[in-house]
Every structure is written in C-alpha cells, then in structure tokens.
Design a binder for this molecule. Structure first.
Ligand SMILES: [Zn+2]
Length: 386
C-alpha cells in the first residue's frame, strides 16, 4: 500500500539512558530525547492484515495533518525532534482519520464491510492505574496510532473494532465525501467535547464564552459552545483569517491580532459583556504559558478556564487573578468518549465543522499536504482518497 512515513535516527541524547523496553522496541517515551534527523518520505509498504478477531481493516478516506504531526519532524539545533510524546520510527503518522471498513474479524459484531468509521487513535492499555480508575484518557502505557503505532496517512489501517466509531448516522445529512471529512475532524473535536462537558462541566445555556486560539480545537470549541446554548461566543486568534472562520462556525465576533494586541483583550471582553467578563474561557492557543495570564483577566466572577492546548514556552502563573474572581481552572486531554456525541451532533445538524477544512490533497501528493499544513492560515489540511 501507499503511505507517508517518518524516518529518523535512533541516537539517545548524551546523558539520556533509554530503559530496556525502549531499547527492545526501538521507541521513545519522549521522542525529543532519542530521535534525531527525522524526515518525511512517500513509501510503499506491505498491505496490513488483521491481527485479532476483533480487528477491522479500514480503507482510509480522510486523514488530518495535525500540528503535532508536523512537530514529529520539527527539530532543535542539535537535530533532535521537538515533540515530547511517545514515538517509534519508522512510522506512518496520522492520528485523525476516518475510512471505510473493508474487512471484519470473525468476532466483530457491531460493524460490517462498507460501514464508514472514524478511528479513535488512543489505545488504552487496560492495566495501568488510570485505566483501572476508568480514566482511560490519562492511560500511562497506551499506544497512540500515528505516534508509536502506524496511523492513518496510508491507504489502509488495522483498527480494533472498539475504536472504530460508526459514521453511518451522517449519511442522511452529508455526502460521501462529507461523511469522511467529519470523521477526520472527530479527534480534535472530541478533545474539546471532553474538556467542556466531561472534565470541566460548567458550561450552561446562556453563558458567555471566550475562545483563545482558533485552530481546529478552538473552532470546535466555538461550535460546541454555540450548540450548548452559549449566549455569546467571542473568539480570538493572532492569525489573520481565523477569526472569520470562527464567525462562520458560530462565534458572535472574532478578532485577529490585526484588530488588537493581546494586552487589549480584557478591555475588549469587558466592553462586549457589559463589564462582567466571560463565564467560560477556552484556552485552545497551543501556548498556555503565554495565554494564561490573559485568560485569567477575561473571567467573570465564578468563571472557569478550560485548558486544552499544550506546547509553547513555559509561563508564570499568578493565582491571585483566579482567586479574586472565585474562578477555577480545568485541564483536559484525550479524545476517548467524545467521538460519538460529536458524530451525533453532526447527524442532527447541530454543528458542522467541515468549513474548517482549508485544503484537500490526494495521498500521492501527501508531501505537498504536509507542506500546505505548515501554513498557519489554514485551520485543517486533509489527505483524502476517493
Ligand atoms: Zn492504561
């Protein structure tokens, strides 16, 4: 099968001693300590085969190129990757994907050949303390398709059926192409769904919401906040064009840095909310260290900050601004559990995230897709197969 792969050299940093498991499997718990000189390549690989009776074989129809996918080949001055996640190389990246079931294992009961599915890419271990508490999104020893096992930037992928969520309910409202686009957007949208409604749980109809960062997470937050009955949704992103996209997805108003400096955000929010501030701030900026001091000053009394983005330089946190507002912070990661409600909301016509797709490329043009995805003006780039 045709695929995109990332290759690299296994060269643990001086002073970093990989453990036995890492050495045996030639993978890294923290990619930035081990993998050097990463490169993208187009490759032809053997067609994957089912490994268990509960697996399904998926012909991939749409696969997102995420910021963290791009970070797999971003390097520091010494040539080491900057991504701090688990990573095994060589690898097929792609952790946001959807496709058509073309083969089912003998024990699969709930999916049939021809079904459209979106793929949950975290595979919890089932054994660690997080899994045993039911906190599977915090699994300490799970695998992650697209990072340490092969992902969706390929013609086919083998998927445990429990992690292939049916998209069939979308068929009445979306054409074939749209079904798989929604499917590829489920992963980032599910992260937001979990953050807002499973981990934080404070958003209520009639509340005012501020969204910081209008990449895929922020745009999904705008749409989900609107669907949840937010009275007013305000969106901010320094990249020109993304504020307009936020308005398209349901924000009452979006601002880019062309319109205002970050330091001016609190006064803008005060003006827009009659001096009250917003009840929920969603930090989807990808630079929480920088954004947190701003986020605190947007809050209404009793407000809440939901942190979704990771990365960026560290910042300094001053608790007083949150304490003085009797506010709270919630930190959330992980997508397990969020796919089905995101699919149901699309099937019911309550949200449509597909306008965030800014470019679609065929798999054989995949390296161009990777290049395209580095353009920050584009919210989401997809690699598609008809
Ligand atoms: Zn686990």
């Amino acid at each position: 099968m045709r695929a995109l792969v990332v290759t690299g050299d296994w060269q643990p940093r001086p002073g970093y001693v990989p453990d036995e498991e890492e050495i045996a499997g030639r993978w890294a718990r923290n990619a930035s300590q081990v993998w050097r000189h990463p490169q993208w390549a187009a490759a032809t690989l053997p067609d994957p085969v089912l490994r268990s009776a509960t697996d399904v074989l998926v012909r991939v129809r749409a696969s997102g190129v995420a910021v963290s996918t791009l970070r797999m080949t971003a390097t520091d001055d010494d040539g080491y990757v900057t991504l701090p996640y688990r990573m095994a190389l060589p690898l097929v990246p792609g952790h946001e994907f959807a496709g058509e079931v073309v083969e089912v294992g003998s024990a699969v009961r709930d999916l049939r050949v021809g079904d459209a599915v979106a793929v949950e890419t975290l595979r919890p271990c089932g054994r660690c303390p997080a899994c045993r508490r039911g906190q599977v999104n915090a699994c300490l020893d799970g695998q992650f398709a697209g990072f340490d096992i092969d992902g969706g930037l390929a013609e086919y992928a083998v998927v445990p059926s429990a992690h292939a969520r049916s998209l069939e309910a979308l068929r009445e409202r979306f054409d074939d192409d749209g079904v798989f686009q929604v499917g590829a957007l489920c992963e980032p949208a599910a992260i937001v769904y979990n953050g807002l409604f499973e981990v934080d749980r404070h958003l209520r109809p009639g509340m005012r919401v501020g969204v910081l960062g209008c990449g895929p997470l922020g745009l999904a937050a705008v749409a989900l906040a609107r669907a949840a009955g937010a009275a007013r949704v305000l969106a901010f992103d320094p990249v020109p064009g993304r504020a307009g996209l936020a308005e398209l997805l349901g924000a009452d108003r979006g601002w880019s840095e062309r319109d205002l400096e970050p330091a001016a955000l609190p006064s803008v929010v005060q003006d827009e909310t009659a001096g009250r501030g917003v009840d929920v701030v969603v930090d989807a900026s990808g630079a929480p260290g920088e954004v947190l001091p701003v986020a605190q000053h947007l809050l209404a009394i009793g407000g809440h900050v939901v942190h979704l983005g990771v990365g960026g330089p560290p910042g300094s946190f001053r608790p007083k601004a949150t304490m003085g507002r009797a506010a709270t912070h919630a930190f959330s990661m992980g997508h397990i559990g969020g796919f089905d409600p995101v699919i149901a909301l699309h099937a019911a016509g309550r949200i449509d995230l597909t306008p965030m797709v800014g470019g679609r490329w065929a798999l054989h043009e995949g390296l161009a897709a990777v290049e395209h995805a580095t353009d920050k003006r584009v919210a989401k780039t997809l690699v598609v197969q008809t």
